[in-house]
Write a protein that binds this ligand. Structure first.
Ligand code: ARG
Length: 254
């Protein structure tokens, strides 16, 4: 089954804001939203095609459940809004299952384990999160990276710099406009490998960072969709498809 993928400009989402009901586009195609600025989980190629670990996972789940899906780049905050409004049937976006989010959304079973990671220049005298106190810290707004920083230094911490996407924060670190970035390990490690090689940056773990688990997001109460997602996820975990996708994006670690 072919997955249709196209970019939905935010303007279109805004235009659709008045519509209600299910997001599927009338042909039974299930709409999947993502913030496709998050390699290797979701990223947009030059031609607009959205690719990544998450995309392969949701495509495999869809195939296992005989669903037809289309994947749309919504951005991060707008993804949650689009699910609220029923414009997207689900979201897959390296989204951590948190108690807070569970109040407003339902999540699939966990499909990936992650952790926060601190990224600093190689010569920075930083060994833990506490050492970042007083420094400018870049995070993607409304993410768990932001949450660990505000938990440590307060919600009104002056050094906090929020970005719409994680690469924006990392670019500002490279440009010297922030002293550190706190973000998910997968995306930070991918950056280290592909863009920051040359030893000018290093990553720091902190004991206070809890394991995080990514889940697929649906509107609260959409049990039918949730059941299908969980059933598909179980199938691809049992038949080796999940491991194949994992190895494709993260090497032979599993
Ligand atoms: N796991 C983190 C969170 O849920 C960051 C996810 C950001 N994902 C993205 N595609 N931008 O808060």
């Amino acid at each position: 089954m072919k997955i249709l993928q196209w970019f939905v400009p935010l303007a279109v989402i805004a235009l659709l804001a008045g519509c209600s009901g299910t997001a599927s586009d009338g042909n039974g195609v299930i709409k999947v939203g993502t913030d496709a600025v998050y390699p290797p989980f979701e990223t947009q190629k030059g031609n607009g095609e959205i690719v990544g670990f998450d995309i392969d996972i949701i495509q495999a789940i869809a195939e296992a459940e005989e669903m037809e899906i289309s994947v749309h780049h919504t951005g991060w905050d707008p993804l949650f809004e689009a699910i609220d409004r029923g414009q997207m049937d689900m979201g897959i976006s390296a989204a951590t299952i948190t108690e807070d989010r569970k109040k407003k959304y339902d999540f699939s079973e966990p499909y990936f384990e992650a952790k926060q990671l601190i990224l600093v220049p190689e010569n920075a005298d930083v060994k833990s999160l506490a050492d970042l106190k007083g420094k400018k810290i870049g995070v993607q707004s409304a993410t768990t990276g932001e949450a660990v920083v505000t938990k440590a230094f307060g919600k009104t911490y002056k050094g906090l710099r929020g970005y719409d996407d994680t690469p924006g924060a990392i670019d500002d670190l490279v440009a010297g406009r922030v002293d550190a970035v706190v973000a998910d390990n997968g995306v930070v490690q991918d950056y280290m490998k592909k863009k920051l090689e040359g030893g000018k940056f290093k990553t720091i773990e902190d004991d206070s960072f809890d394991p995080e688990f990514y889940g697929i997001i649906v509107k609260k109460g959409n049990q039918e969709m949730l059941d299908k997602i969980n059933s598909g996820l179980e199938k691809i975990q049992n038949d080796g498809t999940y491991d194949k996708i994992y190895n494709k994006w993260f090497g032979d670690k599993k």
